[in-house]
Design a protein around this ligand. Structure first.
Ligand code: B4P
Length: 190
């Protein structure tokens, strides 16, 4: 049986991390979140974590070679996985091309890119509300949140065309209850 490799796509605060938790259980997938991997490096106070924190605190993207290397290591550590959920990766065209190249070698291509669509004002509201309780420094300041959304619009949103050209892009309404959105995603996986 071919592997299920899902890219969960969407702006910051769209619900990628939230929905990944449900999808990994349902389909027995390995969760690869570059945001979580970077926050683990920051917590460990590694050199990479120190460099990443500076950029993340400003709402900017971390360098492509760093996140691509992290994803490659994690995929190699899970060779027997039934499939992966890529959460927050790829975020640039270079990352998308690197991911395709890694999966081509294994002959296990991306199955679908599921894109959660949420209006900007709802994103800002969700992230500020998480910032009030999570301790995540990039969720506290509205200017940083808007910069993250700006980075998404400039560098990440164009990947919609990249995956559409492969016939893999599926838009999902990301507004509603968490359960409703999970059902929409499951329907889209088919
Ligand atoms: P991420 O950790 O990927 O952060 P995110 O996009 O803000 O989170 P996510 O979208 O998963 O949040 P969720 O919706 O689940 O990245 C953080 C930073 O790391 C980036 O800014 C960048 O600097 C760096 N980075 C990460 N990956 C990178 C890459 N590939 N390349 C370069 N840099 C990279 O949750 C948001 C909130 O909404 C939660 O509080 C949740 O409870 C709430 N929520 C979820 N669903 C909801 C719903 N249906 N209704 C109401 N609230 C909801």
């Amino acid at each position: 049986m071919s592997k299920l490799n899902i890219v969960l796509f969407g702006p910051p605060g769209a619900g990628k991390g939230t929905q990944s938790a449900f999808l990994i259980k349902r389909y027995h997938l390995v969760h690869l979140s570059t945001g979580d991997l970077l926050r683990a490096e920051i917590k460990a106070e590694s050199e990479l974590g120190t460099q990443a924190k500076e950029l993340m605190d400003r709402g900017e993207l971390v360098a492509d070679h760093i996140v691509i290397g992290m994803i490659r290591n994690k995929m190699e550590a899970h060779l027997d996985a039934k499939g992966f959920i890529f959460d927050g990766f790829p975020r640039t065209r270079a990352q998308a091309e690197a991911l395709d190249a890694m999966l081509d070698v294994k002959e296990e291509p991306i199955t679908a890119m599921l894109a959660l669509e949420v209006p900007e004002e709802e994103l800002v509201k969700r992230l500020l509300s998480r910032g009030a309780t999570s301790g995540r420094s990039d969720d506290k300041d509205e200017a940083v949140i808007r910069n993250r959304i700006g980075e998404y619009m400039a560098k990440t949103a164009p990947l919609k065309d990249y995956f559409s050209a492969q016939g893999k892009y599926k838009a999902i309404d990301g507004v509603g209850s968490i359960d409703e959105i999970t059902s929409r995603l499951i329907q889209a996986v088919g």
